[in-house]
Ligand binder design. Structure first.
Ligand code: SF4
Length: 338
């Protein structure tokens, strides 16, 4: 890597972040690892605008990591409901417990130690350590992979972990001597607001003079990643039964999709749903199409009143108490709109 690039890149990103980056998000301007960690986990695969409300509610309810550790997993899942990628919520809870029980309620003070905690990968550990402790360590989340692979015209296939390791090394070489916290935020901001996946705004980009991908003419060919997910399709039927203002819910198993969340009783086919409430007239509601990472899920809902002859078990929950339960986003929406 040319020395000028190494020298100029970090300084340029730091200077740009100071003037044009995001500096007033609720998890910024703090060195409290709990707040930074919470935001980092919520922001994985989720937009800032979506995270804002969840972040405030979590902190309002659990102001310290030890408060979160003292909650129950069901309470945490209920607060998380709608943010998606629920393994994050389970890891969040496990991590809070580990911090409370193994580290006396204080997050450890280095990226290497942070990485030993549940749900904290290398990049998240580095972000917390850079923001809270000023540690000079590199992050490499999806946004930063995109920015760096474009700047460096890095054409290795990131599906290979050996190749990804090379990019990690470059990310470390590019770290500035000073201002690592602002640099880290600057890279995140560049990836989120300027060097976006489909339409990088090179004209306003501060590192454009250093960017080899842009100089070649088509920066969107980076990053290179060949492995494609094979998407599947699933179809299920929900049975919405109501009795005296109460809805029948079932908790999903603690592994698999929507693990630990509460949904309406679910069936693999329409006939089984009808058989579960044989004497009722069931009204079909508009079908829901929900995209998950590995498959598209088509959910049909059949709604009936009364519970005569009802076979599935579960928990009857008063409608006004539904907010206390961790419901997946499509079910929340269905209930709100029906
Ligand atoms: Fe991305 Fe364009 Fe900036 Fe290069 S010049 S980092 S491609 S926005």
């Amino acid at each position: 890597m040319p020395e000028t690039l190494m020298e100029d890149f970090g300084k340029t990103v730091v200077a740009w972040q100071r003037r044009h980056g995001r500096n007033s998000l609720p998890w910024q301007n703090t060195r409290d690892p709990y707040r930074v960690w919470l935001s980092e986990i919520m922001l994985q695969q989720t937009q800032v605008t979506t995270v804002l409300g969840y972040y405030e509610r979590f902190l309002g309810r659990w102001p310290r990591v030890t408060d979160l550790a003292a909650a129950t997993l069901d309470e945490v899942l209920a607060q998380w409901a709608g943010l998606g990628y629920y393994s994050r919520a389970r890891n969040l809870y496990a991590c809070a417990k580990a911090v409370a029980e193994l580290h006396g309620g204080e997050f450890p003070g280095s990226a290497a130690q942070l990485q030993t905690l549940p749900g904290i990968g290398r990049s998240t550990a580095a972000a917390i350590a850079a923001f809270c402790f000023g540690e000079r360590v590199a992050i490499l989340d999806g946004n930063v992979k995109r920015v760096l692979s474009r700047v460096l015209a890095f054409d290795g296939d990131l599906a290979s972990s050996a190749v990804e390791k090379r990019l990690w090394n470059h990310a470390t070489e590019l770290l500035p001597e000073e201002g690592v916290d602002r640099y880290t935020q600057g890279l995140m901001d560049l990836g989120a607001t300027v060097c976006t996946a489909r339409s990088p705004d090179c004209l306003i980009c501060p590192v454009q003079p250093l960017c080899r991908g842009q100089a070649q003419g088509d920066p969107t060919r980076y990053p290179v990643k060949t492995r494609k997910l094979k998407r599947g399709r699933r179809e299920n039927w929900w049975l919405w039964v109501e009795r005296q203002g109460q809805v029948l819910l079932q908790q999903r198993p603690h592994t698999g999709v929507w693990a630990g969340l509460w949904t309406l009783p679910m069936f693999d086919d329409e006939a089984s749903a009808h058989a579960a409430l044989p004497d009722a007239r069931l009204e079909p509601l508009p079908r829901i199409e929900h995209a998950l990472t590995h498959f598209d899920w088509v959910l049909h809902t059949l709604r009936g009143d009364g519970s005569e002859g009802l076979t599935p078990g579960g928990t009857w929950v008063a409608r006004e108490k539904l907010a206390d339960y961790a419901l997946p986003a499509p079910l929340k929406k269905l209930i709100e709109e029906s």
